[in-house]
Ligand binder design. Structure first.
Ligand code: KIV
Length: 281
Protein backbone atom coordinates (compact mmCIF):
# COMPACT_ATOMS: atom_id res chain seq x y z
CA UNK A 1 0.00 0.00 0.00
CA UNK A 2 1.11 3.58 -0.71
CA UNK A 3 1.46 4.81 2.84
CA UNK A 4 2.24 2.48 5.71
CA UNK A 5 -0.83 3.03 7.91
CA UNK A 6 -0.53 2.14 11.60
CA UNK A 7 -3.61 -0.03 11.16
CA UNK A 8 -4.96 -1.01 7.73
CA UNK A 9 -8.57 0.02 7.38
CA UNK A 10 -11.05 -0.48 4.57
CA UNK A 11 -10.45 3.13 3.47
CA UNK A 12 -6.83 2.19 2.73
CA UNK A 13 -8.11 -0.43 0.28
CA UNK A 14 -10.03 2.29 -1.58
CA UNK A 15 -7.03 4.60 -1.52
CA UNK A 16 -4.71 1.86 -2.81
CA UNK A 17 -6.99 1.36 -5.83
CA UNK A 18 -7.12 5.11 -6.52
CA UNK A 19 -3.33 5.35 -6.33
CA UNK A 20 -2.64 2.16 -8.27
CA UNK A 21 -0.83 0.50 -5.37
CA UNK A 22 -1.27 -3.26 -5.19
CA UNK A 23 -2.73 -4.76 -2.01
CA UNK A 24 -1.16 -7.92 -0.55
CA UNK A 25 -3.02 -10.62 1.36
CA UNK A 26 -2.25 -14.07 2.75
CA UNK A 27 -4.38 -16.56 4.58
CA UNK A 28 -3.45 -17.25 8.19
CA UNK A 29 -4.92 -19.63 10.75
CA UNK A 30 -2.81 -19.06 13.87
CA UNK A 31 -1.05 -16.44 15.95
CA UNK A 32 2.53 -17.27 14.91
CA UNK A 33 2.06 -16.94 11.15
CA UNK A 34 -0.13 -13.88 11.76
CA UNK A 35 2.75 -12.20 13.63
CA UNK A 36 5.23 -13.01 10.86
CA UNK A 37 2.99 -11.89 7.98
CA UNK A 38 1.97 -8.75 9.87
CA UNK A 39 5.60 -7.82 10.57
CA UNK A 40 6.39 -8.41 6.88
CA UNK A 41 3.81 -5.75 6.01
CA UNK A 42 1.14 -7.97 4.43
CA UNK A 43 -1.91 -5.70 4.25
CA UNK A 44 -4.63 -8.17 5.16
CA UNK A 45 -4.92 -11.68 6.54
CA UNK A 46 -7.84 -13.90 5.62
CA UNK A 47 -8.77 -16.59 8.11
CA UNK A 48 -10.17 -18.65 5.27
CA UNK A 49 -12.41 -21.66 5.44
CA UNK A 50 -9.51 -23.16 3.48
CA UNK A 51 -8.61 -24.08 7.09
CA UNK A 52 -10.81 -27.08 6.29
CA UNK A 53 -8.02 -28.31 4.00
CA UNK A 54 -4.95 -26.75 5.60
CA UNK A 55 -5.70 -27.23 9.31
CA UNK A 56 -8.51 -29.77 9.69
CA UNK A 57 -7.62 -32.25 6.94
CA UNK A 58 -10.90 -32.23 5.00
CA UNK A 59 -10.99 -32.64 1.21
CA UNK A 60 -13.25 -29.61 0.76
CA UNK A 61 -14.29 -26.53 2.73
CA UNK A 62 -17.88 -27.75 3.06
CA UNK A 63 -17.70 -29.38 6.53
CA UNK A 64 -16.11 -26.29 8.14
CA UNK A 65 -18.27 -24.65 10.83
CA UNK A 66 -18.39 -21.25 12.49
CA UNK A 67 -17.17 -22.90 15.69
CA UNK A 68 -14.15 -24.31 13.84
CA UNK A 69 -13.15 -20.88 12.57
CA UNK A 70 -13.79 -18.73 15.64
CA UNK A 71 -10.78 -19.90 17.71
CA UNK A 72 -8.49 -19.72 14.65
CA UNK A 73 -9.66 -16.18 13.90
CA UNK A 74 -9.08 -15.12 17.53
CA UNK A 75 -5.49 -16.33 17.31
CA UNK A 76 -4.86 -14.40 14.10
CA UNK A 77 -6.39 -11.21 15.51
CA UNK A 78 -4.10 -11.49 18.55
CA UNK A 79 -1.11 -11.80 16.25
CA UNK A 80 -1.54 -8.59 14.25
CA UNK A 81 -0.76 -4.96 14.96
CA UNK A 82 -1.28 -3.55 11.46
CA UNK A 83 -2.96 -5.98 9.07
CA UNK A 84 -6.72 -6.02 8.54
CA UNK A 85 -8.13 -9.41 9.53
CA UNK A 86 -10.96 -10.84 7.44
CA UNK A 87 -13.04 -13.71 8.86
CA UNK A 88 -14.44 -16.14 6.28
CA UNK A 89 -18.08 -17.12 6.70
CA UNK A 90 -18.32 -20.90 6.15
CA UNK A 91 -20.74 -22.89 4.01
CA UNK A 92 -24.19 -23.06 5.60
CA UNK A 93 -23.77 -19.94 7.73
CA UNK A 94 -25.38 -17.28 5.49
CA UNK A 95 -27.19 -18.76 2.47
CA UNK A 96 -30.70 -18.90 3.93
CA UNK A 97 -30.96 -15.13 4.01
CA UNK A 98 -29.84 -11.76 5.37
CA UNK A 99 -30.88 -12.52 8.97
CA UNK A 100 -28.75 -15.64 9.15
CA UNK A 101 -25.87 -13.82 7.45
CA UNK A 102 -26.00 -10.93 9.90
CA UNK A 103 -26.17 -13.29 12.86
CA UNK A 104 -23.04 -15.10 11.63
CA UNK A 105 -21.22 -11.81 10.97
CA UNK A 106 -22.10 -10.64 14.50
CA UNK A 107 -20.59 -13.81 15.94
CA UNK A 108 -17.31 -13.29 14.09
CA UNK A 109 -17.07 -9.61 14.98
CA UNK A 110 -18.01 -10.04 18.66
CA UNK A 111 -16.26 -13.32 19.42
CA UNK A 112 -13.02 -12.89 17.46
CA UNK A 113 -12.26 -9.18 17.04
CA UNK A 114 -11.96 -9.59 13.25
CA UNK A 115 -12.18 -6.36 11.26
CA UNK A 116 -14.31 -7.63 8.35
CA UNK A 117 -16.05 -10.74 7.05
CA UNK A 118 -15.99 -12.48 3.66
CA UNK A 119 -18.68 -14.53 2.01
CA UNK A 120 -19.00 -16.23 -1.36
CA UNK A 121 -21.40 -15.45 -4.20
CA UNK A 122 -22.30 -12.47 -6.39
CA UNK A 123 -25.92 -11.74 -7.31
CA UNK A 124 -27.10 -14.61 -5.08
CA UNK A 125 -25.44 -13.14 -1.97
CA UNK A 126 -26.13 -9.45 -2.57
CA UNK A 127 -28.96 -9.18 -0.03
CA UNK A 128 -26.81 -10.83 2.63
CA UNK A 129 -23.94 -8.42 1.96
CA UNK A 130 -26.29 -5.40 2.04
CA UNK A 131 -27.68 -6.38 5.44
CA UNK A 132 -24.27 -7.02 7.01
CA UNK A 133 -22.87 -3.74 5.66
CA UNK A 134 -25.92 -1.83 6.93
CA UNK A 135 -25.01 -3.03 10.44
CA UNK A 136 -21.59 -1.37 10.09
CA UNK A 137 -19.59 -4.51 9.29
CA UNK A 138 -17.20 -4.38 6.32
CA UNK A 139 -17.68 -7.19 3.79
CA UNK A 140 -15.25 -8.63 1.27
CA UNK A 141 -17.09 -10.39 -1.57
CA UNK A 142 -15.88 -13.49 -3.43
CA UNK A 143 -16.88 -14.39 -7.01
CA UNK A 144 -15.54 -16.51 -9.86
CA UNK A 145 -14.63 -19.95 -8.54
CA UNK A 146 -16.29 -20.22 -5.13
CA UNK A 147 -14.97 -23.34 -3.35
CA UNK A 148 -18.11 -23.77 -1.22
CA UNK A 149 -20.01 -24.47 -4.49
CA UNK A 150 -17.41 -26.82 -5.91
CA UNK A 151 -19.91 -29.66 -6.41
CA UNK A 152 -22.40 -27.34 -8.12
CA UNK A 153 -19.64 -25.95 -10.33
CA UNK A 154 -18.42 -29.43 -11.29
CA UNK A 155 -15.07 -29.31 -9.50
CA UNK A 156 -12.16 -26.86 -9.56
CA UNK A 157 -13.12 -25.27 -12.86
CA UNK A 158 -11.91 -21.89 -14.12
CA UNK A 159 -14.85 -19.44 -14.18
CA UNK A 160 -15.66 -16.41 -16.33
CA UNK A 161 -14.36 -17.83 -19.62
CA UNK A 162 -15.68 -16.48 -22.94
CA UNK A 163 -19.27 -15.29 -22.64
CA UNK A 164 -19.33 -16.28 -18.94
CA UNK A 165 -17.25 -13.12 -18.38
CA UNK A 166 -20.53 -11.13 -18.51
CA UNK A 167 -21.92 -13.10 -15.56
CA UNK A 168 -18.66 -12.63 -13.67
CA UNK A 169 -18.96 -8.87 -14.17
CA UNK A 170 -22.62 -8.89 -13.11
CA UNK A 171 -21.70 -10.81 -9.96
CA UNK A 172 -18.84 -8.47 -9.09
CA UNK A 173 -21.05 -5.42 -9.69
CA UNK A 174 -23.78 -6.88 -7.47
CA UNK A 175 -21.22 -7.27 -4.70
CA UNK A 176 -20.04 -3.68 -5.15
CA UNK A 177 -23.59 -2.28 -5.25
CA UNK A 178 -24.43 -4.19 -2.07
CA UNK A 179 -21.67 -2.23 -0.29
CA UNK A 180 -18.66 -4.56 -0.17
CA UNK A 181 -15.30 -2.81 0.23
CA UNK A 182 -13.39 -5.31 -1.98
CA UNK A 183 -14.08 -8.47 -3.96
CA UNK A 184 -12.01 -11.62 -4.43
CA UNK A 185 -11.89 -12.97 -8.00
CA UNK A 186 -10.85 -16.61 -7.82
CA UNK A 187 -9.59 -18.69 -10.76
CA UNK A 188 -10.73 -16.56 -13.67
CA UNK A 189 -8.85 -15.66 -16.87
CA UNK A 190 -6.65 -12.58 -16.56
CA UNK A 191 -8.59 -10.82 -19.36
CA UNK A 192 -11.93 -11.19 -17.58
CA UNK A 193 -10.36 -10.06 -14.29
CA UNK A 194 -8.88 -6.99 -16.01
CA UNK A 195 -12.32 -6.05 -17.33
CA UNK A 196 -13.93 -6.41 -13.89
CA UNK A 197 -11.09 -4.43 -12.29
CA UNK A 198 -11.54 -1.60 -14.80
CA UNK A 199 -15.31 -1.44 -14.33
CA UNK A 200 -15.44 -1.63 -10.53
CA UNK A 201 -14.81 1.22 -8.09
CA UNK A 202 -13.82 -1.18 -5.30
CA UNK A 203 -10.54 -3.14 -5.36
CA UNK A 204 -10.45 -6.60 -6.89
CA UNK A 205 -8.30 -9.17 -5.12
CA UNK A 206 -6.89 -11.93 -7.29
CA UNK A 207 -6.68 -15.55 -6.26
CA UNK A 208 -5.48 -16.97 -9.56
CA UNK A 209 -7.02 -14.12 -11.55
CA UNK A 210 -3.82 -12.74 -13.06
CA UNK A 211 -1.83 -9.55 -12.74
CA UNK A 212 -4.41 -6.86 -13.53
CA UNK A 213 -6.29 -6.99 -10.22
CA UNK A 214 -5.84 -4.43 -7.44
CA UNK A 215 -4.51 -7.00 -4.99
CA UNK A 216 -3.14 -10.53 -4.71
CA UNK A 217 -4.11 -13.17 -2.13
CA UNK A 218 -2.65 -16.66 -1.69
CA UNK A 219 -3.28 -19.57 0.68
CA UNK A 220 -0.09 -19.38 2.73
CA UNK A 221 0.53 -23.11 3.02
CA UNK A 222 0.57 -23.40 -0.81
CA UNK A 223 2.81 -20.37 -1.22
CA UNK A 224 5.29 -21.53 1.44
CA UNK A 225 5.50 -25.13 0.21
CA UNK A 226 3.83 -26.73 3.23
CA UNK A 227 0.86 -28.21 1.37
CA UNK A 228 1.29 -31.81 0.24
CA UNK A 229 0.32 -32.91 -3.25
CA UNK A 230 -0.85 -30.76 -6.13
CA UNK A 231 -0.96 -27.00 -5.78
CA UNK A 232 -2.79 -24.75 -8.25
CA UNK A 233 -0.93 -23.48 -11.34
CA UNK A 234 -1.31 -19.85 -10.22
CA UNK A 235 0.63 -20.35 -6.99
CA UNK A 236 4.27 -19.32 -7.02
CA UNK A 237 6.15 -21.16 -4.28
CA UNK A 238 8.32 -18.82 -2.18
CA UNK A 239 9.69 -21.45 0.23
CA UNK A 240 9.77 -25.18 0.79
CA UNK A 241 8.67 -25.53 4.40
CA UNK A 242 7.66 -29.15 3.94
CA UNK A 243 11.23 -30.10 3.11
CA UNK A 244 12.66 -27.93 5.90
CA UNK A 245 10.35 -29.47 8.52
CA UNK A 246 10.87 -32.98 7.20
CA UNK A 247 14.66 -32.56 7.44
CA UNK A 248 14.34 -31.10 10.95
CA UNK A 249 12.09 -33.96 12.14
CA UNK A 250 14.43 -36.55 10.64
CA UNK A 251 17.47 -34.97 12.29
CA UNK A 252 15.62 -34.73 15.64
CA UNK A 253 14.67 -38.42 15.55
CA UNK A 254 18.24 -39.42 14.71
CA UNK A 255 19.66 -37.27 17.55
CA UNK A 256 17.16 -38.62 20.09
CA UNK A 257 17.82 -42.20 19.08
CA UNK A 258 21.62 -41.75 19.16
CA UNK A 259 21.54 -39.87 22.48
CA UNK A 260 23.00 -36.72 20.89
CA UNK A 261 19.92 -34.83 22.10
CA UNK A 262 19.54 -33.59 24.76
CA UNK A 263 23.16 -32.77 25.56
CA UNK A 264 24.44 -30.73 28.53
CA UNK A 265 23.73 -27.48 26.71
CA UNK A 266 20.03 -28.35 26.47
CA UNK A 267 19.58 -29.82 29.98
CA UNK A 268 19.21 -28.22 33.42
CA UNK A 269 21.57 -28.91 36.30
CA UNK A 270 21.07 -27.65 39.87
CA UNK A 271 23.31 -24.72 38.97
CA UNK A 272 21.77 -23.82 35.58
CA UNK A 273 18.21 -24.20 36.93
CA UNK A 274 18.81 -21.23 39.28
CA UNK A 275 20.16 -19.16 36.40
CA UNK A 276 17.24 -20.12 34.13
CA UNK A 277 14.75 -19.07 36.81
CA UNK A 278 16.48 -15.75 37.31
CA UNK A 279 16.46 -15.08 33.55
CA UNK A 280 12.74 -15.79 33.31
CA UNK A 281 11.84 -13.44 36.17
O1 KIV B 1 -10.77 -19.85 2.28
C1 KIV B 1 -9.94 -19.25 1.60
O2 KIV B 1 -8.73 -19.31 1.83
C2 KIV B 1 -10.44 -18.43 0.52
C3 KIV B 1 -9.47 -17.83 -0.45
C4 KIV B 1 -8.91 -18.87 -1.34
C5 KIV B 1 -10.09 -16.71 -1.19
O3 KIV B 1 -11.62 -18.25 0.40
Amino acid sequence: MAEAPKRVRTRHFARAKEEGITITGLTSYDVLTAQIFDEAGIDFLLVGDSAGNTVLGYDTTLPVTIDDLIPLTRGVVRGVKRALVVADMPFGSYETGPDEALHTAFRFMKETGAHAVKLEGGVRSAEQIRRIVSAGIPVMGHVGFTPQSEHGLGGHVIQGRGTAADQLLADAKAVEQAGAFAVVLEMVPAEAAARVTAELGIPTISVGAGPHCDGQLVVWTDWAGLTSGRIPKFVKQYANLREILFDAATAFKADVESGAYPDAEHSYSDETADKAHRERE
